[in-house]
Design a binder for this molecule. Sequence first.
Ligand code: ZN
Length: 152
Amino acid sequence: MRLRRFLSIVPKTVQLWALVIGGCMLLIGLVMGYKTADQGAMLQTMSVYGSGALVFGIVTAIWVLCLGFVFADARRRDMRPILWVLVAALFPHLLGFLLYFVLRQPIAAACTKCGLTVPNHLRFCSWCGASLVPPDSASGPRTANPLQGASQ
Ligand SMILES: [Zn+2]
């Protein structure tokens, strides 16, 4: 399930915030409907405002979840999470999200010695200095395609 994988990355606090913000918007819509309604058409006005607020609340909640996803995903890819959340939030028409998915780095690997996350392109851990290249591939020329190298 892709949704479950998506939600497993989004931090729990962000999920809670999305729920709270969405719920608040629905409540505000219902209250606004209640305040503006005439005596006769109370239920209709409230349901119109309520359903509008529900849609708006759901969209906002999804948006908050996506920002949470960008934050957690950027962190495990050793990119700047705050910066990317701002980019995703501030660029109009979801352009920030698009930019993030185009520019994002591969998932950072954990150092086998100290366990801290290290960008994939490094050959040595920047925390403890341990070699991140497996011993067999460290020696000898590296072939771009391992299958091609084996067939020769
Ligand atoms: Zn290390």
